[in-house]
Design a binder for this molecule. Sequence first.
Ligand code: C5P
Length: 220
Amino acid sequence: VESVIVAIDGPSGTGKSSTSKAVAAKLGLSYLDTGAQYRAITWWMISNGVDVTDAEAVANAASKPVIVSGTDPGRPTITVDGADAAGPIRTEEVTSKVSAVSAVPEVRSLITELQRSIARSAEHGIVVEGRDIGTTVLPDADLKIFLTASPEARAARRSGELKGADVQATKEALVKRDAADSSRKTSPLAKAGDAVEVDTTDLTLDQVIECVVTLVDEKR
Ligand code: C5P
């Protein structure tokens, strides 16, 4: 395969983003962070006064924001209606509300189409990370990876990223978000039948990257 499509799914704190960016950069592929897109639409809903617990209101507004993702793994970008959203999509408010917005079927179908068109236009192939990439967005991906890690390891990594955040509170928020993402009706977080599962609990980031690069090389 000249142009390779890699799907990397898993819950939060498993190292999906760091791994996906590094693998894409090493192999000269594009990179797409689909969580950033769900965060971006959530940020737009909050900024525009849409009650995110009202699924009908969210569905009615879903097609309004224009979300654009830059796919260079060395410098991924995201804009909403032309405004840089990279900072605002990482706030605690967005993180706590994104699962409700991303569970709305109209939101998922719009974002899924956007993801497919980005993947199609990636000339040299792409690494796409998310929750439902292998199962729903790109079921024909050349390689599907499902990253896991113990809740303790995931919370510790997230707390490290958030510089000193309370590990216990982080763990509770993370477990709650994963439960919501795994139990929703439309394309829940799930391992595809043909995905390779990699438990990252006792691996360093470099080991995970090396493991995925090896798996991609076997496909090309
Ligand atoms: O990966 P990240 O933590 O940024 O994802 C934020 C949220 O976006 C997830 O908790 C989930 O609700 C949603 N998401 C999704 N499907 C994806 C990627 C993310 O529903 N493919």
